[in-house]
Design a protein around this ligand. Structure first.
Ligand code: HEM
Length: 328
């Protein structure tokens, strides 16, 4: 310890926050309007605020410098938040929910699916699925933008993960089941209170059944691939991925990673796109500049992953939209 290190005090300063020891009132506000509660706490109590929820203490860190300190500078000592265990109901122990050695091991294996050559092929799938998906849009028609973006990004993720290995009936099953799972994680009291899966509320039963349907499909696809059906898609790369000793992922681990990519990959991008399109509609001068850049770089052909480098304005538009409305 050097002379300038402050002494450790017996009673560290407590971050300010709304009153109440068990946080029941906070829980009610959180269930009603998550973002509203967080905004209120940040506005009222400052850059580092304390929030009690169901007897647990959370800290809301709002200043960008503090956020960086937590996520970057001290990343090594940070664990996943206790709440993300609820995600395991659908994701098992994939990259988003695993920690420590399992996470490190899997992260290295999964990196084999995200090398530039693979990214280029995902880009091609994204462009062609999007072009086909937008075919049904008509000038002047009213659409629900978020629904349309969810449909599109789900088809993109399905195509990138499983190639043409899904039938239209499979895609329908995935869409239905994923909607149930998304709704459960985003809004349900069961997820907020970490209610165990065995408690037979209607929503708990629906989500268990949805995950079982998805499992049946994913394990069926994995079995087909192991039996010799080879495809050049993300799942194919994960099936072939080997560690330094030549070991590969078990069926269960593959299932968890595939489900994680599916869930993490589609609703985030759908929200990012929906918010970006909404913001563009309210900022016509930005929309004009974006169109001009796209016309100059891409023109009438389908875009490729390599084009991204030549689209700095598009990147800034997307980043600003995600800064304003972070999808995750
Ligand atoms: C606009 C789009 C996206 C946003 C805003 C977003 C946001 C995030 C955030 C905030 C995390 C960190 C979560 C945490 O550690 O607590 C994360 C992790 C992750 N995301 Fe995304 N994501 C997006 C798109 C995607 C896509 C397209 C995929 C896959 C196809 C994906 C797969 C993952 C995975 C696997 C992790 C866990 C990584 C790890 O811990 O090693 N995400 N994402």
């Amino acid at each position: 310890m050097n002379a300038s290190t402050p002494p450790v005090t017996a009673s560290p300063r407590r971050a300010p926050g709304p009153p109440g020891r068990w946080g029941l009132r906070n829980l009610a506000s959180f269930a009603r309007d998550q973002l509203g509660l967080l905004r209120h706490v940040a506005d009222e109590y400052g850059d580092v605020a304390r929030l009690e929820l169901l007897g647990k203490t959370y800290f809301l860190v709002s200043h960008p410098d503090d956020v960086e300190a937590v996520l970057v500078k001290h990343a090594r000592v940070m664990l996943r938040d206790g709440h993300s265990v609820i995600l395991e109901r659908a994701l098992g122990k994939g990259l988003l929910t695993s920690e420590g050695d399992l996470w490190k091991y899997q992260r290295k294996l999964m990196a084999q699916a995200f090398v530039p050559r693979r990214i280029q092929s995902y880009g091609a799938a994204m462009a062609s699925v999007t072009a086909a998906g937008l075919g049904s849009w008509r000038d002047g028609a009213a659409i629900n933008l978020h629904q349309e973006m969810s449909r599109l990004t789900m088809e993109v993720v399905a195509d990138v993960l499983f190639g043409s290995g899904l039938t239209p009936a499979d895609i329908e099953l995935v869409r239905d089941s994923m909607e149930t799972v998304n709704e459960f994680f985003a809004n349900s009291p069961e997820a907020i209170t970490l209610l165990p899966a065995w408690v037979p509320t209607p929503r708990n039963r629906r989500v268990t059944a949805a995950v079982a349907r998805l499992d049946e499909l994913i394990f069926r696809i994995i079995a087909r691939r192991r039996a010799g059906e080879a495809r050049e898609d993300l799942l194919g790369t994960l099936l072939a991925a080997q560690d330094d000793d030549g070991a590969r992922m078990s069926d269960r681990q593959l299932r968890d990673e595939a489900m994680t990519l599916f869930l993490a990959g589609h609703e985030t991008t759908a929200l990012a796109l929906a918010h970006t399109l909404y913001l563009l509609s309210t900022h016509p001068e930005v929309e004009r500049r974006l169109h001009a850049e796209l016309a100059a770089v891409v023109g009438d052909r389908l875009p490729t992953a390599d084009d991204v480098r030549a689209l700095p304005y598009a990147e800034r538009v997307l980043k600003e939209s995600m800064r304003l409305y972070p999808p995750a």
